[in-house]
Every structure is written in C-alpha cells, then in structure tokens.
Design a protein around this ligand. Structure first.
Ligand code: PNS
Length: 160
C-alpha cells in the first residue's frame, strides 16, 4: 500500500491545502496529514483546533487521516511506515525553502523523497497568513477556506 505524509502547520487549513490533499489522495492509497505541534511558533489555533478543522474538512475523503506530530518529520514518517512527503509548491518564492527542507530531510534520511504538487492556479496566491489577515478585516472567506473553517476563524478574530 502506498502511503504519503502531507505535513504542515495548517493554521488554519486553506482551500489551497485542501486542493493538494484531494489530489494527493488520488495518487496514493493513503495520505496522512501531519499537523506540526511547533513549540517555537505561537499559532492562532491550538493543535487540537487545527487537527479538528482538518478532520472536518477531509471527512468525505476515505483514504485521508489526520494526526499531529512533534519533533522531526522524518521520525513521523518512520512511525507511519513511509518515506514519501507531499508538499505543495505555489510559486518560485516557495522554492528555496521547500528545496532546503527536502534536501535536509534527505541528508538525514537517505530514502526519504518529497513529492511536490503544483498548487492549482486559483490558489497560487493563497496562504494561511493571508487568510488570517483577510479574516481580521471581514473579507468574505468562501474562496479561501473550507466552509467548516469560516465561522471558527471569524470567532477567533473577534476574540483577539
Ligand atoms: O505549513 P508549514 O509551516 O510550511 O510546514 C512546515 C513543516 C511542518 C513541513 C516543517 O516545518 C517541518 O517539517 N517541521 C518538522 C521539524 C523538522 O523535521 N525539521 C527539519 C526539516 S526542515
């Protein structure tokens, strides 16, 4: 069975992420979404909130599961018995960092490969940071995040 891990912060999940998840799920038998518990960044949403929003967003895709992880991605890959990482590439601006991460992972785990999927054009400008900024100023979020995320994002912004 082919398994791949799609890692990220997902703070929150956007339609750009969803597009990558959907397409990866058509390529691999199973996709595990790995939500990073990053102790060096303060996310807007807690780990539990990010995992639950993702679970909600992908509930109709049978071969996708959502889990959180701490520490190194390569250790999470081992735990999931795979050596394949999925990442979305939006534009040239993503390239440097993505190559750095892919090469670093291969330096420490030689059998690990990163499969890049080019983001669909309509989401090539989208990021979780832009979505949060739009939410703060009351922009309609329907073209940016899954429906289940919209009200949670608005609630969160109102509480800030
Ligand atoms: O959504 P993001 O924030 O761009 O995702 C970045 C992520 C989670 C893929 C990356 O930070 C990561 O893999 N972190 C885990 C720690 C790790 O393995 N670091 C070494 C490789 S860069």
């Amino acid at each position: 069975m082919s398994v791949a891990v799609y890692p990220g912060s997902f703070d929150p999940v956007t339609l750009g992420h969803y597009d990558i998840i959907k397409r990866a799920s058509a390529i691999f038998d199973h996709v595990v979404i790995g939500v990073l518990n990053n102790t060096s960044k303060i996310p807007l949403f807690s780990l539990e909130e990010r995992v639950n929003m993702l679970k909600d967003a992908v509930s109709s895709i049978d071969n996708v599961s959502v889990e959180s992880f701490d520490g190194l991605l390569i250790d999470f890959l081992k735990e999931k018995n795979t050596n394949v990482i999925i990442r979305g590439l939006r534009a040239l601006t993503d390239f440097d960092l993505e190559m750095q991460m892919a090469q670093s992972n291969r330096m420490v785990a030689k059998d690990v490969d990163t499969v890049f999927l080019s983001t669909s054009l309509e989401y090539s400008y989208l990021s979780s940071s832009i979505v949060k900024e739009y939410a703060r100023y009351g922009v309609d979020l329907k073209n940016f995040v899954p429906e289940c995320v919209t009200s949670k994002l608005i609630d969160k912004m109102n509480k800030l």
